[in-house]
Design a protein around this ligand. Sequence first.
Ligand SMILES: *[C@@H]1O[C@H](CO)[C@@H](O)[C@H](O)[C@H]1NC(C)=O
Length: 430
Amino acid sequence: MASRREKSGQSVLGSRIAVAIGIGILVGCVCAFLFPHGFFSPPNPSLQSRRLVKSNLQIDSSSCDSSERISMLKSDIAGLSEKNAELMKQVRELNDKLRLAEQGKGHAQEQVVALDKPHEAGPFGTVKGLRTNPTVMADESVNPRLAKILTEVAVRKELIVALANSNVKAMLEVWFTSIKRVGITNYLVVALDDGIAEFCKSNEVPFYKRDPDEDIDSVARGGGNHAVSGLKFRILREFLQLGYSVLLSDVDIVYLQNPFDHLYRDSDVESMTDGHNNMTAYGYNDVFDEPKMGWARYAHTMRIWVYNSGFFYIRPTIPSIELLDRVADRLARPPSAWDQAVFNEELFYPSHPGYVGLYAAKRTMDYYLFMNSKVLFKTVRKDANLRKFKPVIIHINYHPDKLPRMKAVVEFYVNGKQDALEPFPDGSDW
Ligand SMILES: *[C@@H]1O[C@H](CO)[C@@H](O)[C@H](O)[C@H]1NC(C)=O
């Protein structure tokens, strides 16, 4: 894995150099075309006179003449640097595509290796288990209408999906405005009522209104936060069955960069964390002390802060769909439970007597890139270095005053208002 990463890094570097040389040659050609006699040779009289005819004929002093030529050169240079910027943008886009292609190739190789006929283990240190499960075969008959929408909206078979009813309209507006601002086009609002459908339509936000389904619709209309959260696992299933990867997003999230440039795509579920430092986000050995056990007083336990079920990337695989089904099924039955707790229990509890755990691959997202509001308000805003760093998203998951904090995040990160985050306490005041 590590060696392949390096190799792909090298090839990206190599192709960047190649592209840079290409740009050099191209800019040289453009210059040669515009200045066939070089920058410093005497001006071509015919060209010069033609230009002078075009400009003001009455003024004919040599100083004006040269200043005019300078301004012409300046505008030529401006034109060239514009072209250069355009080319640089294309290079960036091509590099992105290349990186994605390399990534895809890597996953495909891993799958072939793992799914191939039985094979011997390689030498020490070279053995890698299967982490990237194969995607399911897409089945359009599940929902042809949604399939059509997804063909139009998704990019490389992936998109952001949010569920919204009229209770969250104000947050939804901040949400899609931030998404549009960073140029993301592959996102879709699942409108749970007519008000939100209308709102999306009038703001040119891609949306999808489900076919009537009494079971689900009664929850969608009147449902509180947690009930609607349970619904999303049922609705998501169709997206995966249609063969799409979904970046599920709550609406109390502000986008500052395109998240699709920052995913690994090597796991069934890649999720943001509720953790706030390396230990809590990525897992640690929490030692439990029981002094009366004497020599064996220390019991080691494994701990990790929960994954945030309001922002995760899920690939269309069998374990992913099994996860959605397990969570939806448990939320539909008593005892009533918090969807995020259920989501994590299903993901992490191992098989044991009387229980078969889920065999899904999981990855924790970088908590500085995919930042929760505890990290922002408790740590980042008070640290001169961390303040300068731009996250990919910020999720106001830890605070009940979501809308004002979302707006403050936009003020701070987008409009550069340095004191925008100051009025808020670290936690909520109750
Ligand atoms: C936290 O983890 C990251 C990468 O996983 C590492 O680069 C960094 O040094 C760690 N920070 C601390 C304080 O251990």
